[in-house]
Design a protein around this ligand. Sequence first.
Ligand SMILES: [Zn+2]
Ligand SMILES: [Zn+2]
Length: 452
Amino acid sequence: MNCLGGRQLEGLQQQALHTSTPAVAPPCMHQAHRARHHRSRLQPAAALQPSQAGFSQAAAAASKHSRPSVAAAGRSRGRSVVVHAARDFYDTLGVPRTADKKAIKQAYRQKARKFHPDVNKDPGAEDTFKAIGEAYEVLSDDNKRAIYDKFGEAGLKGDAFGGMGGMGGFQSANPMDIFESFFGGGFGGGFGSMGGQDARMRPGENETYELQIDFLDAVFGCKKELEIMHLTGCKTCTSSGVKPGTKPSNCSMCQGTGQLIQAVRTPLGAFQQVTTCNRCEGVGQQFTPCDRCGGDGRERETKRIQLTVPAGIDNGARLRVKGEGNAGRRGAPPGDLIVYIRVKDHAELRREGIDIHSDIEISYVDAILGSLVKVTTVDGPVELKIPPGTQPGTTLLMAKRGVPRLGANNVRGNHNVHVRVSIPKQLSSEERTLIEQLKEQQAKTRVGPFRF
Ligand SMILES: [Zn+2]
Ligand SMILES: [Zn+2]
C-alpha cells in the first residue's frame, strides 16, 4: 500500500464506473432520488458530460416515473415520507435567476452557516440546510444549472438513469462523496427517506469499511487498495433471481401489480387500502428461483478497489464510494460503500483542523540569544529561527506549513510551534562561574534606590 500523495480522483472514478447493468433493472426514479441526495458537495475535477440527447430522454423518463412514486409515498401513511413538491432552487438560496456563480456561492455560504444543524437548533433547520445544499449543488454546477433551467428538477433526476445502456451519467462520473467533513460532522446518514419505495427497486444496503491511515497520508492524501466483501449480481441468473431456462409469470394473487387493493369501511367512510402483495412481496411475479442465489439475484464476492483519499481529510470523515455497497435484490441498484477514516497519531505533530501544533524545547541560552533550530513539519524538517529574547511559552508561527484544506488544496493551515525553555537543574563548575559572573554584571547595571 504505497501512497502516491495523490490529488487525483481518477482511480476511484474509473473504479466505480458501472458497466454491468443488471438485465432486469427497469429504470427507476428512486435511483435518481437517492443519487441526488447523496451526491457530493465536493466534485471530482472531471465530470462526464452526457449528451444532450441523453438528457431529454432521461428527463422524459423521469417525469413519466415521478407520478407513481409520489402516489406511493402518499400511500404509506405513518411512515416518514418525503414527497418533493416542485421547489425552486433559486428561491431556496434567495438569489435571482440571473445570479452569477459568485453570488450563488455567497448566498449558499450565508444560508448554510445560518441553518447548519450544529448551530441552528430550530426543528426545521436541518431540512432547510439540506435543501440549501441540494440547491447549491445544482446551481453551482454549470451543466446541472443549465439542465435545471431547461427541464426543472425532473431533468436532473434523469441523470441517475446512468445505468441505462451503460452510457453513464453524473452518477458514474461522481462516485465519491465526502460528507460531514466540511462542518465537522453532526448529522447522520439518512438524507431523505425512501418513502414509498417500489419493492422491485429497493437499492442494496450500504457496506462499511474502516480505514486507518497515517497522519501524513491524511494531510497530503493517498491511494489505498481496499479488499472489500459485498453482494454482487448473481452471474448464473444475471441478477434476475430467475432460474435460467424458466420464465417468470405474473403473480396470481395480485395479477402482476404487486399490490392488493381492499375496500375498508370505517365510521368515517369507505377507504381504499393498498397493501403490498404478500405472495410476491410486491414484485408482481412468480418464478422458479435460481439455484445459485435462491432467487435473490445476488452472491457474495471479494473485490479489490482503489480508493483515493483526498488531501486534508481528517479523523472521523467518511468517504462514499458510489455503487460499491451491496447489490440490490434481483437487479435493483447497488448501495454505496462508506469508508470511515481513522487517522493515526503522529509522534510529534498534532492537528487541529488545518493547523498543526508541535512543541520544541530550547535551552535558556538559546532563548536569550536566539538561535536556529530544526523543527519537524508535515513537509519534513524545516529550520526555524528563534528570535533573541524568546519567552517561555511563546508560540511561533510557521505560515502555510499546515494541512491543505479539504477540497481547496491550495489553501494551507499554519504550523504553531510552542516553545518551552529548559532551565538546567545541574551546572558544571565552569557554567556556574560564568553565571555568577553574569549575576554580578546584572547587579552592577541594576539601578535602584538601594544602590549608590
Ligand atoms: Zn403478487
Ligand atoms: Zn442467481
